[in-house]
Design a protein around this ligand. Sequence first.
Ligand code: NAD
Length: 509
Amino acid sequence: MSAIPSTASRADLPTVKLLIDGEFVESQSTEWRDIVNPATQDVLARVPFATAAEVDAAIRAAHAAFAGWKNTPLGTRVRIMLKFQALIREHMPRIAKTLTAEQGKTLPDAEGDIFRGLEVVEHACSIGTLQQGEFLENVAGAVDTYTLRQPLGVCAGVTPFNFPAMIPLWMFPMAIVCGNTFVLKPSEQDPLSTMQLVELALEAGIPKGVLNVVHGGKDVVDALCTHEHVKAISFVGSTAVGTHVYRLGSEHGKRVQSMMGAKNHAVVLPDANREQTLNALVGAGFGAAGQRCMATSVVVLVGASQQWLPELIEKAKTLKVNAGHEPKTDVGPVVSRVAKQRILGLIDAGVKEGATLALDGRHVKVPGYEDGNFIGPTVFTDVSTEMQVYKTEIFGPVLCVIAVPTLDDAIALVNRNPMGNGVGLFTQSGAAARKFQSEIDIGQVGINIPIPVPVPYFSFTGSRGSKLGDLGPYGKQVVQFYTQTKTVTARWFDDATVNDGVNTTISLR
Ligand code: NAD
C-alpha cells in the first residue's frame, strides 16, 4: 500500500491527475507509485499520494460547491446522470481495455465490472421517486407534517482494487444525484479506469467542485475520515482497513458505511442440477482469479454430492489461464506480485496444516507472459475450519472443499464463520431452499445463483463481519445513507382563524 518512489527514467510516464474544483491538476507530491500491468509488469502510469494541502483543497472545493448543488433542480441533476449513463455505454470498450491492463481481469469481465456500475447510474436517474419524502395532513387541527430527505454535504468514497469501475459507481453517482458533493479516493493500484469514468462524469455536466478526486493511501484516507467538512464516508475494501475507517470516521462524527472482506460458502445438496452447479462453482471460485468479494471460496458438499468432487476438479483444470486481453481467457493474473506472494504463502500454509492439495495452480506457466502474476485454479480438500486456508480470505483462485453429512450441518458451519457477505445453495428442493434462506445468517443468499450481488433496485446487504454500518451501497438504503430526514410540522392561519388562546401543554390541538 505504501508509495514506491519512481525512478528518474520514469519521468516520461503519464501521471494520474487529481481532480480539484473542476480542474485535473498535477500533484505536487514527492511520493508516487507505479501502476503496473499484472500480466506483463509494464508500468502504465504513475499515481501520486496527494499532499495534505491537496486533500484539504479537494474537500474545501466540495464544501464550497455544496450550497449551489443542493439547490440545483432535480431535473438538472437527473439529466446529468442520463447523459453520464449514455457516455459510459459509448466508452465501455475503451474503459474495459484500460481496466484489464491495470487490474488483470478478462476483457468480458472488465465490461461486466463497468456494466454493474452502469446499472447504478441508470438507477440514479430515478432519484425523483427514490428521494421523495412523506406527507400527512391534519395530524392535528389544520396541522400537517411532512418529511424532507435532504443531502448531507460533502461525502467521501474510498474504493478497493478489485472493481475499479463498479465500486466508484456505487458511490459518487448516487451521492451526487441526492444533492451531495463528493471526494473520491480510488485504489492506488488501478485508478486509470476510475479516472476515465470521472472524466465522463464531468463531460456529462457535473459542475466544478461537485466531484473531486484525490489519490493516495492511509494518510489521505485518514484525512478524509477526520476533516471537519466531510459528513459521510463510504468504504469498500479489506476488513482491517474498513474497521479502521469505520472507527476513525465515527469518532469524528461522520456517518460511515464499510463493506469489507468475506469468506463465501456454496452449499451443494445431492439433488442439485449437477452440471449447472459444477459450472457455477468453477466460475464463481476462479473467475476474476478469485478476487471478488462475492467469490465462492468454500464449497460445502452435503452427503452424496461428495461424489462430484473429481468432476469439479476436472472442470477447474479446463480453465484457460492467460493475460486478460487474450481471447478466451478464463483466469487472468492476480493484481500484483505482492498479492501473488501472499496467496502462494497461504497455499503453502494449507499444505503444511494438512489439507490435501487436490489441484495445484502454483506452478502455472503462461507462454509469452512469463512475468505475469499468474496462479492457476487451486483446490484444497480435507479442509478443517481451524486451518488458515479456511479462516483467512485468500482473495485468489483457491477453493476449499469441506464435506458434511446434512444440510443442518452445512448451515451450522456457515453460520459459525464470522463473515457474512454471500452464500449460495444449490438444490432442486424448494423446501430445502426455504429452510436455508430462513436459517442462514448471511446477508446475501443465492439459490442456484453463485454470486448473488443484488441489482441496484435492491441494496448490497452483506452482513456480520463483512460490514460495519447499517445501510449498504446503492438501492434504497444508499439514498437513506446519503440523505438526512428533516420533519416539518406546519400550521397556516388565515385572517378568519379563531384565536383559541395560549396553549401551555405539549399537545397539538
Ligand atoms: P484495501 O483495504 O487494501 O484497500 C481499500 C482502500 O483502502 C484503498 O483505496 C486503499 O488505498 C485504502 N487503504 C489501504 N490501506 C489503508 C490504511 N491502512 N488506512 C486507510 N486506508 C487504507 O482493499 P483492497 O485490497 O484494495 O481490496 C480487496 C478487499 O476488498 C478484499 O478484502 C475484498 O473482500 C474487499 N471487498 C469487499 C467488497 C464488499 O462489498 N464487501 C467489495 C469489494 C472488495
